[in-house]
Design a binder for this molecule. Structure first.
Ligand code: FCB
Length: 448
């Protein structure tokens, strides 16, 4: 574990003082949704429809983190990390999505937050990481405008219990996945392929963010933000058609949410296709959506090669394979895309918005000797460091993920953890990347 290839090129001292290093997880991917009186969420039901998830796998047991959270938090602390990003399950807090809270669920998050603090770690919470209660899915979920009020009610209840001890809170994780991937591309729950549903979800997810922020501000809570994902859109070739397709892709994926949040507008290039399907009066919601954020979370993994698909209706585009080395997800490894977004986002906010990389990492099948992951993370740490040198107000970096876990539609095969999990025995084994991180965070910078 101590050979040079097992080490990161960076050390803590290469980053500004106070820079936070952390690891991230999400409730549905690790806790075990069948434990502790949680209600079903739409991932539990989505997985029961043949063909939706690999091997029809679901998160009912996952990493059994619900019972093993103390051991898992020890692993975060022992890696030398400063912060832990986790999410809370709406259906664990409110099994019916609203109404009667589940006392066991609230107690659980209370203990978890205390456990994080007791280990000297900062708790960074996400209120929604994709586990919509099934009872609300029955009512239309993200398609129904009422979702904003349901989410506000949930925010009030869970933050009333743990909000006083959180270091930072994000309303939602990756609205693009919540809306587009799940309602237009159909890859994630609820698995719809419907532009009208997608347009509504694209707007309601932001409205829900706005209502949730409003509730938390009224509670006097601080350091509130949102986590967005970004994928570098690269035209598949030099043609004008590819340039337009990439610009549309970029609009839907990378501009829609942040421009609404920072500038209270949706990009024209996306309105061209979505405007007819948006809910009436959407313009009136933009002021609430665009209230100030305290920080922005950036999830970054890869780039995408975009080509036109003129036989299809808007957005008339498709993705083609690119030439770069790929992870087990078949995602190209493109760290320059991270630097691109950090600079773009900094410019878009006039440098006035602290940024955190809230997820970055790779799927790698190596059970313990995950040298490829070390190299992947190193190249992205370097991109982050370069962005700081260019003036980006980047405050921290969370590795995805602490544990191998339930990778949504891909089931348990895609391993993103810096800690290996044996899903038969639930045994945790730190990988080479965990050890390397620990060394980098404890030791001075290596000599040039
Ligand atoms: C992100 C998700 C996270 C995980 C990683 C690989 O889009 O936020 O839950 O699935 O991708």
């Amino acid at each position: 574990m101590t050979s040079d290839t097992s080490r990161f090129a960076f050390a803590r001292s290469n980053f500004p003082k106070g820079f936070r290093f952390g690891a991230a997880t999400a409730a549905y991917q690790i806790e075990g949704s069948s434990f502790g009186g949680a209600g079903p969420c739409h991932w539990d039901t989505f997985a029961q429809t043949p063909g939706n998830t690999a091997g029809a796998e679901d998160g009912s047991v996952a990493c059994d983190h619900y019972h093993r959270w103390e051991e898992d938090l020890d692993l975060v602390r022992d890696a030398g990390l400063d912060a832990y990003r986790f999410s809370m399950s709406w259906a664990r807090v409110l099994p019916e999505g609203r109404g009667q809270p589940n006392r066991e669920g609230l107690d659980y998050y209370d203990r978890l937050v205390d456990g994080i603090l007791e280990r000297g770690l900062e708790p960074w919470a996400t209120l929604y990481h994709w586990d919509m209660p099934a009872a609300l899915s029955d009512l239309g979920g993200w398609r129904n405008r009422d979702v904003a009020d349901w989410f506000a009610e949930y925010t009030q209840i869970i933050m009333g219990r743990v909000g006083d001890r959180l270091k930072g809170t994000a309303t939602l994780n990756e609205p693009w996945c919540v809306a587009w991937l799940s309602h237009f591309l159909g890859h994630h729950a609820p698995g719809l392929r419907d532009i009208r549903a997608a347009a509504r979800a694209m707007h309601h997810v932001l409205l829900a963010h706005g209502r949730s922020m409003e509730v938390m501000r009224a509670m006097g809570l601080e350091n509130l933000g949102i986590v967005l994902n970004f994928e570098h859109a690269r035209p598949a070739d030099e043609s004008d058609g590819a340039a337009l397709a990439a610009a549309r892709y970029d609009g839907i994926y990378n501009r829609w949410f942040i421009e609404a949040l920072l500038h209270r507008r949706y990009p024209e290039i996306v309105l061209e296709g979505l405007a007819p399907h948006l809910p009436a009066g959407w313009e009136d919601d933009m002021d609430l959506i665009g209230r100030p954020l305290d920080w922005l979370g950036v999830n970054y993994y890869t780039c995408n090669r975009v080509a036109p698909d003129p036989d299809q209706p808007w957005p008339a585009l498709t993705s083609v394979p690119g030439p770069l080395p790929k992870t087990d997800m078949d995602w190209e490894i493109a760290p320059d895309g991270l630097a691109f977004f950090l600079k773009r986002l900094s410019a878009l906010s006039d440098g006035n918005l602290p940024i955190y990389v809230t997820e970055n990492g790779m799927a790698d099948s190596a059970p313990e000797d995950d040298q490829t992951r070390i190299a992947y993370l190193d190249s992205h740490f370097a991109a982050a460091r370069a962005a700081i040198d260019d003036g980006v107000d980047l405050r921290g970096y969370f590795v995805w993920s602490l544990l191998d876990n339930y990778e949504w539609a891909f089931g348990y095969d895609k391993r993103f953890g810096i800690v290996h999990v044996d899903f038969d025995t639930q045994k945790r084994t730190p990988k080479a990347s965990w050890h390397a991180l620990r060394a980098a965070l404890r030791e001075p910078a290596p000599a040039e």
